[in-house]
Design a protein around this ligand. Sequence first.
Ligand SMILES: NC(=O)c1ccc[n+]([C@@H]2O[C@H](COP(=O)([O-])OP(=O)(O)OC[C@H]3O[C@@H](n4cnc5c(N)ncnc54)[C@H](OP(=O)(O)O)[C@@H]3O)[C@@H](O)[C@H]2O)c1
Length: 271
Amino acid sequence: MARVAVVTGANKGIGFAIVRRLCKDFDGDVILTARDADRGKAACKELESEGLRPRFHQLDLDDVASVSQLKLFLEKTYGGLDVLVNNAGIAYKSKSTAPESEQAEVTIRVNYFGTLNVCKALLPIINPHGRVVNLGSFVGKLSILQPHLQKKFASDSLTEDELTGLMNKFVQDVKDNRYGEEGWPVPFKGYGMSKLSITALTKVHARQMATCGKEDILVNSCCPGWVKTDMSSHSGPLSPDEGAETPVYCALLPPGSPTGEFFRKKAVAEW
Ligand SMILES: NC(=O)c1ccc[n+]([C@@H]2O[C@H](COP(=O)([O-])OP(=O)(O)OC[C@H]3O[C@@H](n4cnc5c(N)ncnc54)[C@H](OP(=O)(O)O)[C@@H]3O)[C@@H](O)[C@H]2O)c1
């Protein structure tokens, strides 16, 4: 069976550029996924006009039925999965007037719980030598937390359930307007917290995959840099193709490479 790579949220921005690059550099099929089928198919057409051959599958992180359908498709068509790039995400604009309670709930629901939905479904079908890459960010650093929370998030024994408990507590503390007292970032950083949770989840999953009995599975998070996309309102110095470089580097790491790390500029970096 052919090898296969899946990229989430790939109809535009960095995800689209990751698919473009994987179509050239990955030895297997590349599945461009998008929550909106029309936008996803249009993105595939654009890559086809460049002579590339991505495949399309619908995927909304926030919809467990959609995640299950992708899993079934992968099992039936490929018998598993070789590369998973968890790229999809959202961010409220800094000038948004939406209440912080809403911003926290929605951002953590999509960026943390949505990514977790995908991982819960797809990590069990990752093949030996598989690579999982999660898009974190330089704004999701541990230092945005007070020391007692830094210790919890960075703990080598943190479990998925404990991390989920921490993220639920963050959302509740924002709703109760006591996030500063509880050690969460001040001023409010819903997006930063969501990206911090992704790097913490990466470390949890790297430990799980290291003991799952399958050989050479690497799980890493990375920052693409500050990239001109809709999310950044087209600010930042990097093009989406440049932003795709570190995620693709992590997706194609050779055996013996690091796992459970945070990468920036194609190198392990401090989280
Ligand atoms: N741009 C930067 O400077 C920067 C820096 C650090 C990290 N990042 C991270 O890089 C990743 C890509 O960001 P970007 O800048 O390329 O953003 P973008 O242009 O806004 O693209 C985000 C993608 O995620 C998709 N998405 C959102 N919610 C989804 C859901 N529930 N299910 C499936 N797909 C969903 C969007 O689909 P729709 O088109 O349907 O909305 C879109 O395809 C994100 O994880 C972001 O946090 C970006």
